[in-house]
Design a protein around this ligand. Sequence first.
Ligand code: AMP
Ligand code: ZN
Length: 115
Amino acid sequence: MSLPVDCLFCQFVNGTLETEIVGQNQRAIAFRDINPQAPLHVLVIPREHFADVATLAAADPAALADVVELAQEVAMDEADGEYRLIFNSGPEAGQSVFHVHGHVLGGTRLGWTPA
Ligand code: AMP
Ligand code: ZN
């Protein structure tokens, strides 16, 4: 697990690095994925650093609720509220950044080919 000081997404939260913030609430921010896989591809993250969604759920359920609420808001704004919310957990599942993030995907009819 990356230490927060080295964490790319923590740097978006604290403003050390710039990104296009498309939404935020008390405990979460949303920004565009740099390599979009759908017309809507936004990442929603808690402001606080946790490695994965299960760790976040156990440590701060209110922050997970804010992450989900923000995903819904972005999808309402950009994809008529129809979207997929994916949390990759662990390298085998495709996780490459170890600050928990939900992928908000939509804006087209989505396929289903995860493996
Ligand atoms: P995952 O593979 O589930 O950990 O997702 C990490 C996501 O972060 C990938 O979809 C990347 O395209 C995205 N990503 C990596 N670097 C950046 C960045 N600088 N700005 C926005 N998204 C990024
Ligand atoms: Zn972080």
